[in-house]
Design a protein around this ligand. Sequence first.
Ligand SMILES: [Zn+2]
Length: 223
Amino acid sequence: MQIEIHQIIRSKRKTLALIVKGDGSLIIRAPMRTPDRAIKEFVAEHASWIEKKQAQIKSLVVPSPKQYIPGEMFMFLGKSYPLEIVKDQKKLLVLDGGFKLAESATSHAAIVFERWYREQARKILNQRVDLCASQHGFQHQGIKITSAKTRWGSCSSKGSLSFSWRLILAPMEQVDYVVIHELVHTLHHNHSKRFWKKLEHLMPDFKERKRWLRKNGPQLMVG
Ligand SMILES: [Zn+2]
């Protein structure tokens, strides 16, 4: 099987190198005059390593699509709960030890779940933002809940905050990290040294929280 090379970057280096990026694309770094044939051979030699690496990334970034069947696990605030289908339940979805989905809602379970997550996100994020803002004296212009898949939160130049509802699948430590991160942006609208310094002052262990999000986030972001 032919492996696709997405980009060849030639420079003054002396050796060939393979890079499989976070999106699974393959980049080759090569010395200026390396013939294409030599690059193809190099890729062929390392084909199994490349394929393994790409498969790993794929399994990390694209969890199998949800099927909404009994026993399937769903995340909320860092914990997994099994799905149950319940007869004669008035509310479409209830979290009570497990996610209890009304039988009548099974045909549009994805919509019902998203609505539930959004509602929780609005409630919890409003609370955390208010708490954090009053503790540390931040001013903001209200919050919005989005369905962004590539960013957890953002802060506009006017100080209005946005958060993806997907954030609510992560543990509260990570929710709080994103809340503080966006609130600090109301003071510093960039990722300058002063921004990170302020953040570290308010949340000394922010790096660990950030690392968790980077590592596990893709699983929460998709779907
Ligand atoms: Zn930021």
